[in-house]
Design a binder for this molecule. Sequence first.
Ligand SMILES: [Zn+2]
Length: 466
Amino acid sequence: MGRIFIKNADFIITMDDAGSVLKNESILIDGNKIADTGASLKSSPGDEVIDAAGCVVMPGMVNTHHHLYQTMNRNVPRVADYELFDWLTTLYEIWRELDPEWVRISTLVGLGELLLTGCTLSTDMFYVFPRSAPPDIFDYEVEAGKKIGIRFHPCRGSMSRGKSQGGLPPDDVVQTEEEIFSDCERVIKKYHDPSPFSMCRIALGPCSPFSVTAELIRETVRFARKHGVLSHTHLAETKDEEEYCLKVYKNRPFHFMRDLEWEGEDVWLAHCIYLDEEEIRLMGETRTGVAHCPVSNMRLGSGVAPVPQLIKAGAKVSLAVDGSASNDSSDMWGEARNCLLVHRLKGGAKAITSEQVLRLATRGGAEVLGWDEIGTLEKGKAADLVVIDLKKIGFAGGLFEPVGALLLTGDSHIVDYNIVNGNIVVRNGKLVNVNEEELVEQAKELSFKKLEKAGRKTGINYFRKG
Ligand SMILES: [Zn+2]
């Protein structure tokens, strides 16, 4: 980690409070921080120089919801046209096969794709702990995150309510509450680094009201607060879930979570589609975080989250790709583009602006995950940024300003450089810390092997639509 001089960028989207876009200026990175920006900055001998003429530089994006293990189950034909509940119960049979190799390869694939598409900080919600897997299986994803060089904030997820207890998952992928809390404590001690510019923090994440008990949801947020970590879960993703909450808990989704003490700055919730006006108002008032996952919601036909209303109400809103089995992709840049488009489809051309979307994807995510030192390109902030070369045919004719150019034009979502904590992790559109070709081969082999194995056990042909 030395000095990097990003020279003479056409545009620097700072994402500062004033929304400043600098023109023909440079950025100096010293160690893991931005040392300065300006037109008259000069490089010194020994600096790595990136010529950014014709390029845009922007803060790295932040992904606030994922299930990285699912990158091995993208585009599974069997569930191609399923909605959430059928999709889940079918895929759980495959997820029973989860093992360290699967966790390692899928994490490298998912985080690798995120880095390539402009993300510098990601969470993950890892919640499948099969009885057949070693008890420290979560550690394999933390190690893979370290290897690839992303800033990582994974959730130690949990499921405690299997089929025999009225839940959705098979009994052999859920754990007892004792097992869950003792492992949460272990991974917080081992990996959680709350210091500024840390490369790894841990959050806790009971999966959903269909796979854990209400008591576990409440106990988890209390446990998280005691240990100074954030809490995350899914909420109000589908109409089915809304009906389930009304029927079983006699309550609407967010009211149900508030009764369990899940509200406020240290909590964030994925999806948040089926909220009424009062719930939206309360999410804003309590500054509860939202992970908006537009592509996954479109892919599963779940609905469109009331994001413009949540922003207006003051909720902390961020952007997320969700698990790759329900998005089929971990393309962060593509997620931003789709976010813009879906809200315009629903609410008209004035529903949301390109600037608002890019803000959700950068600062919005940093706020939701509680990282004050990232999300903007300003002196003293973390050196987490991406460089995108605009001298490409997809941008030609559309370079009047850069924010709309990024969301509305372009012919690829691969960034040219990605720098995390002052380290170059994507150079010339290629991952630096893993061999991409080898990883793609390993993923292909593993994904076929796991579907075949699950098929032999269940008698289901996952390679055909069902
Ligand atoms: Zn999810």
